[in-house]
Design a protein around this ligand. Structure first.
Ligand code: FMN
Ligand code: ADP
Length: 293
């Protein structure tokens, strides 16, 4: 084996932060770490800031990135001085620390990358800093992504994330009214409250090892039900197998329109037909732009 490769195999790269969303900034850190180390540990400080994924969803992302995710409550580390914090990393077996250039750490955020480098020398931890990843001259952050999601700006949020925003949930029984009006939907109980405005979205449904393009209504269905906000997905031109109790994933691509209360079922049906036209248009444009289908 080549010597450089052998050295890489012995190294454990660690990276520290909230890591709520694994956005493009976070992923640049992980990619940098993967070039240096064979093992990557993401030390995720919990209990700070805004959330856009459930814990299980974050674990799924970590799995897909082939990294080890260690969740550490903020209360456990909040009083550690920079020196104590670096010692904590050493005890976790970190030989390299990969962080963003603006990273601050330790009690009262007293330490920065230079402090880490200095302390790291005596502990045998190499510190690698990564330049801030920006979009439109502004740092990519989970709170920026959340702002976009809250406004229904799904495409903008996805651009910062670097992957489609998604929700995992379990298929539950609906009222079966959808079937009566010609649009049977899969009703999904999500693990988190969606930060999205109530309305209609272009989505992709992952069911076992099958993937379906679909349209979802996230809302109360005020025309027929007036329920608590529920995520429902209709798959055009496909008959789905019975899936109650199954875990599914829904990826969001575009907000098509806000949810409305219609005066009659006929009006609702006509609107859904129009939504389906818009959905087809959306996928066509996406293919036209050369984005993956
Ligand atoms: C694409 C789509 C858009 C919808 N938009 C609305 C809407 O704007 N307002 C509304 O009251 N119901 C709307 N619905 C209907 C309800 O979301 C729901 O499908 C219906 O009440 C059936 O519920 P069930 O699955 O419990 O039977 C829409 C459904 C679909 C598939
Ligand atoms: N846009 C970015 N570009 C580069 N590194 C980033 C970016 N955002 C966060 N990081 C780094 O990722 C690690 C985790 O940061 P985190 O606390 O999750 O940041 P945020 O909440 O701003 O997304 C830190 O080392 C931080 O410096």
């Amino acid at each position: 084996m080549e010597q450089a490769q052998q050295l890489k195999l012995q190294k454990r790269c660690c990276t520290v932060g909230k890591f709520e969303s694994f956005h493009r900034g976070h992923r640049k850190l992980i990619e940098t770490a993967k070039r240096i180390c064979s093992e990557i540990v993401v030390i995720s400080i919990r209990g700070l800031g805004k959330k856009i994924f459930s814990e299980e969803e974050r674990e799924k992302i970590a799995e897909s990135l082939n990294i080890r995710l260690i969740n550490v409550p903020f209360s456990e580390i909040r009083n550690l001085t920079p020196k104590e914090f670096m010692k904590f990393l050493k005890d976790l077996g970190c030989s390299v620390l990969v962080v963003g250039s603006e990273w601050k750490f330790g009690k009262n955020r007293a330490g920065d990358v230079n402090t880490a480098r200095e302390i790291g020398k005596s502990l045998g931890i190499e510190v690698v800093s990564v330049e801030t990843v920006k979009e439109d001259s502004e740092k990519i952050s989970t709170s920026r992504i959340l702002e976009f999601l809250r406004k229904g700006k799904v495409e903008e949020a996805n651009k910062l994330l670097g992957f489609p925003y998604f929700a995992v949930g379990v298929v539950v029984k609906g009222k079966k009214l959808g079937r009566e009006i010609g649009f049977p939907t899969v009703n999904i109980e999500t693990q988190k409250e969606l930060p999205l405005p109530l309305g209609v979205y272009a989505v992709r449904l992952y069911l076992g090892n099958r993937v379906f393009d679909g349209i979802s209504n996230y809302g109360r269905a005020p025309t027929l039900k007036n329920s608590n906000p529920t995520l429902e997905v209709f798959i055009p031109e496909k008959e789905l197998p019975p899936v109650y109790g199954q875990k599914v994933k829904v990826e969001f691509f575009k907000f098509l329109r806000p949810e409305r209360k219609f005066n009659s079922v006929e009006e609702l049906v006509n609107q859904i037909k129009f939504d389906l036209k818009n959905l087809r248009e959306f996928w066509r444009e996406r293919v036209g732009r050369g984005e993956e289908v």
